[in-house]
Write a protein of this length. Structure first.
Length: 522
């Protein structure tokens, strides 16, 4: 049986049961056996994390940066083994997805976090010299990270963006690996252990458990020793964790679900309808639709060009090869979601069923359709997320009906508007954009939502239920670091007793600080 990583050592788990990872392309279970930890494992990890947090508070950003950079280099050095195992566990293609896209994304965000830790401006030091009041963000304490099923590297609890952000702030991480890629998580954790030793950070700066009972997960996020939690996954699981954390007064940052609506205005369809069919299919079927930013709702106005778009999209979805979903559970939920959408009034134009006779967890590429009137009448039921290769067209009678439908949308990570490049849709754009602006974290023009750039300006967050709090982002450094910082204020504290970041002379000349109302460097 595989060992868990607690306090820098790979050790036997106090476990209640075991599990194996299932290859989604073949249905076969892989050989390695992993433990389902009991509370005893969680308890030991928490104690070790508290001790590590105390040490990390005295460690400068340079040493933390060295760890993150060494971690990135270690992942690159072991890329062959990591990519090969991730392919077996997730069914995602080795090239280009895992090797050429996700692995470089993972190492890039680790290095971006290293740069932020080294510079220190994320702490947002504010100094009022007249009143001698000074404040900054400081590490919140141990962070628990629940990784999702769909990104085995870039969002993995032990290597992804949440870990990078937490470590860069000086917070140790207890990673809860996702059971669908437990072996991949083990390889990544091994890289982290080596990097910790190289950088001289506490051994418990990164710890990892493979799985635990739901009750222990609820107990973990609400434990007094936890500073904060980051979770990416299903709405039901996330809200259960949020309830437990909220009762204990513990911050928890959730990414839950998103339909990512796209509005196609008439001029855009008239100019480049065929091109938009291809763009939509490319985005909606990437990774079999298992992106949190996959377009699940498409809004159009009745017309000849709209019907041509629908026909083209249906044909494109029908002819494209079907890729496996990540798990048997994912296949089951896809079927249930599509059934629920049809029961709520949607019509299936293509697909809508599991692929028969396939060992892999495949669902037919699916396009649904509903009228704007029906969507307005049953928007709650028709906003059920089908996490996979399905999308739904909402055909609206006129602009008023479309804007009414958009006004009933829940919060989303993204929303996009395609409009005429010649300006034919400019009169329609303003009202539509205003409605969507209040219902998404990232508003796009003339591009698909599935590209989440590693930019400091990126917002990978949004109104509920896309996330638990619209004020934070999981992607975009340094803003993503601020989830794990506690604001600390010093009033009249003697200069020699202040943290270095709040002393009169900055730790180094690259750091931005606000002094007497002006942002300055050095």
């Amino acid at each position: 049986m595989e060992l868990v990583l607690i306090d820098g050592a790979w050790q036997a788990s106090a476990h209640s049961s075991t599990f194996r990872v299932q290859n989604p392309r073949t249905g076969e279970f892989l050989e390695a056996e992993f433990p389902v930890s009991t509370w005893a494992d969680c308890d030991r990890a928490l104690d070790a994390a508290v001790a590590a947090a105390a040490v990390l508070r005295g460690v400068d950003g340079e040493r933390i940066a060295l760890f993150l950079e060494a971690f990135a280099a270690g992942i690159e050095a072991d890329a062959d083994a990591i990519v090969a195992l991730a392919h077996l566990e997730t069914g995602l293609p080795e090239k280009p997805r895992l090797r050429d896209v996700e692995l470089p994304r993972t190492t890039t965000q680790l290095r971006q976090a290293a740069a932020a830790a080294r510079e220190g401006s994320w702490m947002q030091a504010v100094i009022d010299t007249k009143l001698n009041i000074r404040s900054c963000f400081a590490p919140m304490g141990p962070v628990v990270v629940f990784g999702p099923n769909n990104f085995p590297f870039a969002f993995n609890g032990v290597s992804g963006g949440d870990l990078a952000a937490a470590i860069a702030t000086g917070c140790p991480v207890i990673a809860k690996a996702h059971p669908l890629h437990a072996g991949t998580s083990r390889l990544l954790a091994q890289c982290a252990v080596s990097a910790l030793a190289e950088a001289g950070l506490p051994a418990a700066t990164v710890q990892m458990l493979y799985n635990m009972a739901p009750a222990d997960g609820l107990r973990l996020v609400s434990d007094a020793r936890v500073g904060a939690t980051a979770f990416t996954g299903s709405r039901a699981a996330g809200l259960a964790l949020k309830e437990a954390a909220d009762k204990a007064g513990k911050p928890i940052y959730l990414e839950l679900s998103s339909l990512n609506p796209i509005v196609y205005l008439p001029g855009a369809l008239k100019e480049r309808g065929t091109e938009l069919v291809t763009e939509t299919a490319d985005s909606g079927l990437a990774a079999s639709g298992q992106f949190c930013t996959s377009p699940n709702l498409l809004f159009l106005l009745e017309g000849v060009e709209s019907e041509a778009f629908v026909q083209g999209l249906v044909a494109e979805y029908a002819k494209r090869p079907v890729a496996p979903l990540l798990s048997a559970s994912g296949l089951h939920h896809m079927g249930r979601s599509v059934e629920s959408l049809v029961a709520a009034g949607a019509t299936s134009l293509t697909g809508g069923e599991p692929v028969q006779g396939s060992v892999a967890f495949c669902f037919q590429n699916t396009v649904l359709r509903v009228s704007g009137r029906e969507f307005c009448a049953g928007s709650a039921e028709l906003q059920r997320e089908a996490f996979g290769n399905a999308t739904m067209i909402v055909m609206c009678r006129d602009v008023a009906e479309m804007n009414e439908a958009l006004s009933g949308l829940e919060g989303n990570l993204t929303a996009a508007i395609y409009s005429s490049k010649a300006g034919a849709d400019d009169a329609l754009y303003g009202a539509t954009a205003e409605i969507l602006r209040q219902r998404c974290g990232r508003l796009l023009n003339d591009k698909m939502p599935t590209g989440v750039a590693l930019s400091p300006a990126m917002n990978h967050g949004g109104p509920y239920p896309s996330t638990g709090h619209a004020g934070f982002t999981a992607v975009g450094i340094p803003r993503s670091l601020q989830r794990f910082g506690a604001l600390q204020c010093y009033d009249g504290v003697r200069p020699e007793r202040l943290p270095k970041v709040l002393q009169d002379v900055a730790p180094h000349e690259r750091m931005w600080r606000q002094i007497d109302g002006a942002w300055v460097r050095g």
